[in-house]
Unconditional design. Sequence first.
Length: 138
Amino acid sequence: MKESNEKLLSALFNIGRQIREEIQGSNCLDGFTQSQMQILGIVSGKKGTTMRSIADYMHVKPSSATPLINNLVKKGSLKRVPDKKDRRVIFVEITPKGALFLKNKYKSVHKTIGKIFGKLSGTDKNNLIKILEKIHAE
């Protein structure tokens, strides 16, 4: 049991590192960090996304998410929108520029992920997805 857990941990770290290296090496991010891309994905197509909900989704404190969001606002990819009912609440929305960037970059990321997982059959991919979703759900 202990040996299989060690092998599992090693495999997870290795695939995580490989994915990060492939994505960074392919220039998919084009000056954006993976965290910034994740934030754009979270906010994309949603109204009423708060700073707190982004931080919660990323499992970080709001103070840690703020610099990432600030950089995306400076790049023109996100905008802050104050709540009309409660001035203390700030919503974060993706801009048209951010949405276009995300759409184009997701194509590159999908290509890279396809290359990495291209060694797996369709059945293997579906099984892996089910396993990962099962783990994440618990």
